[in-house]
Design a protein around this ligand. Sequence first.
Ligand code: PSU
Ligand code: MN
Length: 333
Amino acid sequence: MAESAGRTGPLHYDIQYGAEVADARRDGRAIVALESTIIAHGLPRPDNLRVAREIEAAVRATGAVPATIGMLGGRLVVGLDDAELTRLAGSDTVAKLSARDLALAAASGVDGATTVAATSVVAAAAGIGVFATGGLGGVHREAAQTFDESADLVTLAGTPITVVCAGVKSILDVAATLERLETLGVAVAGYRSRRFPGFFVTDSGHDLHWSLDSPEHVAEVIRARRRHGLGGGALVVANPLPPQEQLDPALHDTTLATGLARMAEAGVTGKEVTPFLLAHFHSATAGASLAVNIRIILRNAELAGRIAVAAAEAEAAHAAEFAGAAEPTGTAG
Ligand code: PSU
Ligand code: MN
């Protein structure tokens, strides 16, 4: 029974909460989970740290509390503080952690950034129901040969969370990604749109069956899923950029074509594909794609905050109604 010196008990692996997130959980306030892979691996330095702070500010502006998730020295943190964000944004040795990597990384004591898959799993375990990101991982264009499909998809199938994103990047196979989301039972709705967004561009060219019109509308879906068991996996809320804010579609298409050609010439494959094509986009568009990328994330953070607030209000309203209905009537006086 006695603990031996140096032994780390199971508590070592418990989720650690930032102070603000711990308070928000206790008080039942709206919380929005945020991923750290876009900070550590998705955006170039030094913009990444500034953007990480701006994403949190966008959530706060809605009245919700941001909870950026990541790993520091094997500690899984929900609600990174500014020093911790700075550490993940400034280092070259941060591991990219999908869901399957979490325990391996925790037991190995490393610094790590969480992908959509890992962030979703941890957020759901922490009781956080809404998550904002830029784009999901998906099916790669060469997947028929390589089998390269992001674990984001299968993980979302089994994780009860609402993810606000702008679709997937056109560097992936968008049609195949939508097919896989359907097969896996991941619910997908456009936000005020029946077209799946194409990340940098407003419209990927693919239809959606459902459109949700307001944060309250999304909150009703969340309630129906949670209270009535209508859907065990994730709900993806696909939030397109307004057309006037997208990357010029003609510029997008030529940049993608030249990027794919250069990638084939250079023989780039596997996990190098995404960084190669994103770097190509950012240089070939003289930074225009980076500005659009940042804009997407900030808009998604804002919408996720409004959804989380609406969901918390709907929960509180129904709880009050239930408490009222449960009170014995006709016994007073
Ligand atoms: N898409 C991007 N940039 C990114 C990501 C996706 O355009 O940085 C990140 C997200 O964190 C996503 C992850 O969850 O990459 C997917 O990686 P993979 O395809 O290796 O599963
Ligand atoms: Mn992959």
